[in-house]
Design a protein around this ligand. Structure first.
Ligand SMILES: [Zn+2]
Length: 297
């Protein structure tokens, strides 16, 4: 199995939007210390052992990688150079912080009044806002997220540290402690908004920056948002593999070079039991857990 996390937060709070894709530090420590076998390094030739991957260049993601190394595990961190270079947060981090700090109970969104009172309202709002912002260039998406924060009544918004982006120096520090740094695309834009040429440019630019600035040979690729596959003719760009994170596909190897990952977040936060009814067998006949996590980023 290829496991996926987005990071840890020390004070995890149920229902907090800024915690929704993170696990509590204590729960991750327990998981890492109790595993009978260590997470191994990625190799497309020997996929038997479990592999741990962490997506996005955030402090919470870095903390998860540091913990993994402290407990003797291999770990791969998939990062976006644009956030690292500019220090700008991910648009979804701004959106989540704004939802936590909202003072309005409803808002006018694209001509429609949306209520923001209960978890269902919030999920619906987040889904709709994300669908729009994920296709925008990153700087535009962040600006749009701050505009939405104003409409939510979340003024002078402060983002909690675990969702802030890493600096280049922090990324080099992770590399030096043995974290494998890989590509998550230039700025976490939805690849469906790219044509082939733009996607090739995005992938190439990311690889070149990681090589020149971080001295990391990024041969792998985790597709931003984890759901849209890359066009088949671009798969040869990743002879060592690339990764999705879709709850709708089988776990493990999907096609020649594409692999699907299991998001551990809900399980580690206690809402899915490891041996509950979501356990089933994948195409290779191995036992797997079916990811219920609906909204990977
Ligand atoms: Zn991501």
């Amino acid at each position: 199995m290829i496991h996926l996390l987005h990071g840890t937060v020390e004070y995890w709070a149920k229902g907090a939007q800024t915690c929704r894709n993170y696990v509590s530090t204590a729960n991750l420590e327990e998981h890492l210390s109790k595993r009978t076998s260590k997470y191994g390094d990625w190799s497309p030739d020997c996929p038997d052992g479990d592999v741990l991957t962490v997506d996005d260049a955030t402090r919470g993601g870095a903390d998860a990688c540091i913990l993994a190394r402290q407990f003797g595990h291999s770990v791969l961190l998939f990062v976006n150079p644009w956030q690292v270079i500019t220090g700008e947060p991910y648009f979804f981090s701004v959106l989540d912080a704004a939802m936590d700090a909202r003072t309005e109970h409803n808002m006018l969104y694209r001509g429609e009044t949306l209520w923001l009172k209960n978890p269902y309202h919030l999920r619906r709002f987040r889904k709709r806002a994300k669908a729009l912002l994920m296709t925008m260039p990153a700087s535009q998406a962040v600006a749009a997220a701050y505009d939405l924060a104003e409409k939510l009544g979340a003024k002078s918004l402060e983002l909690p540290p675990h969702i802030l982006p890493l600096t280049p120096a922090e990324l080099c520090g992770l590399r030096d402690m043995g974290v494998r740094i890989e590509s998550h695309g230039w700025s976490h834009t939805d690849i469906q908004s790219f044509d082939d040429a733009a996607l090739i440019e995005d992938i190439t630019r990311t690889r070149e920056w990681l090589r020149s600035e971080i001295a990391a040979d990024a041969l792998l690729y985790a597709i931003p948002f984890g759901v849209s596959d890359i066009p088949l003719d671009l798969a040869p760009m990743f002879p060592h593999g690339y990764f999705l994170a879709s709850s709708l596909r089988p776990q493990g190897k999907i096609a020649g070079r594409s692999w699907n990952r299991y998001d551990l977040t809900e399980q580690l936060n206690g809402s899915i039991q490891p041996n509950d009814s979501s356990e089933r067998r994948n195409v290779a006949g191995k036992k797997t857990l079916t990811a219920r996590a609906p909204d990977i980023r």
